[in-house]
Design a protein around this ligand. Structure first.
Ligand code: SF4
Length: 342
């Protein structure tokens, strides 16, 4: 199941800083909720976060833009300031997010030197058709090369991918999930595409050139990717953008699957498929009572949002009742199903 950071994350959002691109879906100021990064505030951000973390291991995370594209000297300056917290033992590591075409040997050498352990790459799609339609301004070859370079530098790779980009189909997204697993990523993030105001995607949606995914399609297609990644041992650490006022505001949100619990919906869909497959094998007789054991903390996901899985499965298999319990012997997306005849 989605396992948020094992240690505490200190996010430092750097919207659009140094990014000359304008991907059709991107309005980084909206997504991060930060209009402009003020470098002089870096120490304050870190100190404030450290004061609330207690004994947990802390990691400074430069998110929100294309960190390695901000200019080499400036990047090194921010990393040096973050590295001081590693040297004094208050922070264990640094992570950065960036684009595949902003990775080269010189940048990787600096990341390693300053204590970066993890690079999150905005892969988004492995289809050149989708990358082009999204105006990512790089190709799949750049993605392949960047993943190999990150691995070669001994850094942990996290793959970020999107669902429902312009011209993308479900097969493209499953290929992307497979590639992230093949590339040796330790973790992944799955982002269903949300249309923000003041983005090219908004104008594409207004003109009918782009049709935003419905919530149910986004959940189905995200569950496809989640299933592939988790079955290959890639930990999915996030599904959907972080909830914030900005994302729910009509001033910033235009269209698309922006449900505040979309991660739970996607995990619930994966449990639904698992339970449906198991029930098909077991073929319960009509009006059976079915016991379902799931990992600790997974009962609400397995039963589905508002009990939707329970209802769908009871209807499909004509069973009278499903009883969900937790089992410490199970983990991940797994379940033990037993039919109790009445
Ligand atoms: S590269 Fe990243 S920051 Fe730049 S426009 Fe694209 S998504 Fe936004």
């Amino acid at each position: 199941m989605i396992n948020r950071y094992k240690h505490a994350n200190i996010p430092v959002f750097i919207p659009h800083l140094g990014c000359p691109n304008q991907c059709v879906f991107c309005n980084q100021r909206t997504i991060s909720g930060v209009e402009r990064f003020q470098p002089e505030k870096l120490d304050g951000i870190i100190e404030d976060a450290l004061a609330t973390l207690g004994d947990r291991d802390a990691e400074i995370a430069f998110f929100g833009g294309s960190f390695t594209g901000i200019g080499y000297e400036y990047m090194c300056d921010l990393l040096e300031r973050a590295n001081r917290y590693i040297r004094d033992g208050r922070v264990v590591s640094i992570r950065v997010s960036t684009r595949p075409d902003y990775i080269d040997d010189k940048i990787l050498e600096a990341l390693v030197r300053y204590g970066v352990r993890t690079v999150e790459l905005g892969i988004q799609s492995v289809s050149d058709r989708v990358l082009s339609a999204s105006k990512r301004c790089h190709t799949f070859r750049d993605i392949e090369r960047a993943c190999a370079s990150v691995n070669g530098a001994g850094l942990s790779l996290v793959g970020q991918m999107m669902i429902g980009l312009p011209s993308a189909c479900a097969d493209d997204e499953m290929d992307t999930a497979r590639f992230i697993a093949d590339a040796g990523a330790s973790a992944a993030r799955i982002y269903p595409t949300v249309v923000f105001r003041d983005t090219e995607l908004m104008y594409m949606a207004e003109s009918g050139e782009y049709i935003p995914l419905s919530l149910s399609d986004a959940v189905e297609r995200s569950a496809n990717a989640l299933g592939i990644l988790t079955s290959r041992g890639v930990e999915v650490i996030r599904i959907g953008l972080c909830s914030s006022e900005n994302l729910r505001s009509d001033d910033t949100y235009f269209a698309g699957p922006n449900h505040p619990a979309i991660g739970e919906l996607v995990e619930g869909e994966l449990f639904f498929r698992l339970l449906r497959d198991k029930l098909r094998e077991l073929s319960p007789s009509e009006n059976s009572v079915v016991s379902v054991s799931v990992p600790r903390g997974a009962v609400s996901k397995a039963a589905g949002h508002g009990g939707i899985n329970r209802k769908r499965l009871c209807d499909e298999f004509r069973i009278s009742k499903m009883i969900f319990t937790e089992s410490g012997a199970l983990s991940g997306y797994s379940a033990a199903v037993e039919i109790r005849r009445i």
